[in-house]
Design a protein around this ligand. Structure first.
Ligand code: OVM
Length: 415
């Protein structure tokens, strides 16, 4: 395993009064099991200093929420990764949504919410549920499956690109592209370099798909282009707006569904509760996003001198928000490390919070709910038959492999 320090960083000493920690949240070691590191940061203080990178970090629920809420000072337009766009040119043209501040962000978001709204999601519900039933019946009949490839990846990769209106050919580029995008929020380490190498080819296909006129007429992609054109966006901006959904919409939902399967297999009592009341499918997915946040971290940049929890943060500081640590902060949650589908998981920051809160969260919830609802009705048992394998990523948490045995529900159980 490589332990080389990231090329761009040097060792630093914490500013006076700020606890300094020498952990590397982008190392294989940390990413494999981040939870002790999360606790160490939360317990060290409201704000900590990560010596390896010379950045501030927040890991408690209160301070993560504060930074998310204060978008005027903790800006996104300087990048939400470790690199400051005011100092380094971004590797791709910035996202009009993720890497933007008001008023530009507000306008871009308004364009999208004209399409991505509760009415649209309701219109998808029936077909998404039917598709999940078909997939789950098939994998349950097979018995032994890889929960990641055969279910967590398969379902989103079937429903999402069809709905957007993407070409049938080339869809294998979606996951490597997302993996690259999320890896590049981190430092230039091995994960970053490898993802860039694997993802560059994928980026060509993604940008072809994003071109106005390319997505199938009537689909989400064409609608995004039409709404963006209507407010005067250039063709390049129309493409870049759609690019956000192909960047953020696939790996995240795949990891959410994979982690839900993992949690249910590891906690059979929780799957029994879900089977007893399949309407808990939605709450089960919400609890998964709290317990195993697919997006673990994002940065903000302090655009002026400010404070967090009484600690001075100078202009230009990068602040790393540990969304996943906030979601397990014992100051906020009871038994935070336990996966409990009956709890009120609402209020977690797995989808962020505030003006940048995940735009696709309704669609993500729909996908998660459909798969879990199908499992609750059509499967009697979910058992692990081998070790779950983690997929390392500088930003994402999810599985590479999850060997499972599924036992179909009997006709009697299906009622
Ligand atoms: C975007 C984008 C990319 C990655 C993540 C994300 C979680 C958005 O291109 O807008 O939000």
């Amino acid at each position: 395993m490589s332990n080389a320090l990231p090329a761009e960083t040097t060792w630093t000493i914490a500013p006076e009064g700020v606890p300094g920690l020498d952990l590397d949240p982008f190392s294989d070691y940390f990413l494999t099991d981040p939870y002790l590191g999360h606790a160490a940061m939360r317990d060290a203080g409201p704000v900590v200093w990560l010596e390896r990178y010379g950045i501030y970090a927040v890991a408690r629920y209160k301070e993560v929420s504060e930074v998310l809420a204060n978008h005027a000072i903790f800006v996104s337009s300087r990048g939400v990764g470790i690199s400051d766009f005011a100092k380094n040119k971004p590797w791709r043209p910035p996202s009009l949504l993720l890497e933007a501040d008001p008023p530009e962000h507000t306008e871009a978001r308004a364009v999208v919410t004209r399409i991505m709204n509760p009415k649209l999601i309701r219109s998808l519900k029936e077909s998404f549920q039917a598709h999940a039933d078909t997939v789950v019946v098939e994998v349950a009949a097979r018995g032994h499956i890889d929960g990641v490839k055969d279910l967590a990846e398969r379902y989103p990769l079937e429903v999402f690109p069809d709905w957007v209106g993407l070409d049938k050919d080339g869809r294998e580029n979606l996951l490597p592209y997302g993996s690259m995008v999320f890896n590049t929020f981190g430092p230039i380490n091995r994960l970053y370099e490898e993802a860039l190498e694997k993802g560059s080819k994928a980026a060509v296909w993604i940008m072809e798909q994003c071109a106005p006129g390319r997505p199938a007429p009537g689909g989400f992609g064409a609608q995004v282009h039409a709404e963006a054109a209507a407010v005067g966006y250039t063709e390049d901006e129309q493409a870049r707006l759609l690019r956000s959904f192909l960047s953020a919409g696939v790996d995240t939902t795949v990891h959410g569904i994979g982690s839900a399967l993992h949690a249910l297999a590891a906690n059979p009592g929780q799957f029994e509760l879900l089977k007893a009341d399949p309407t808990r499918a939605r709450a089960t997915f919400e609890e998964t996003v709290r317990h195993a946040a697919p997006v673990q971290t994002f940065f903000r940049t302090a655009n002026e001198d400010t404070q967090i929890g009484g600690i001075s943060i100078p202009e230009g500081s990068k602040v790393l928000m540990f969304l996943a640590a906030a979601n397990r902060d014992p100051r906020e949650w009871e038994n935070p490390d336990d996966f409990e589908i009956m709890r009120r998981a609402n209020g977690h920051v797995g989808f962020g919070f505030g003006i940048h809160a995940c735009l696709g969260q309704m669609l993500a919830r729909l996908e998660g709910e459909c798969v879990l609802n199908s499992l609750a009705r059509l499967v009697d048992k979910i058992e692990m038959t081998g070790e779950a394998e983690i997929q390392l990523n500088n930003t994402l948490r999810g599985l590479e492999r999850l060997p499972l045995r599924l036992t179909p529900a009997t006709e009697e159980q299906k009622g």
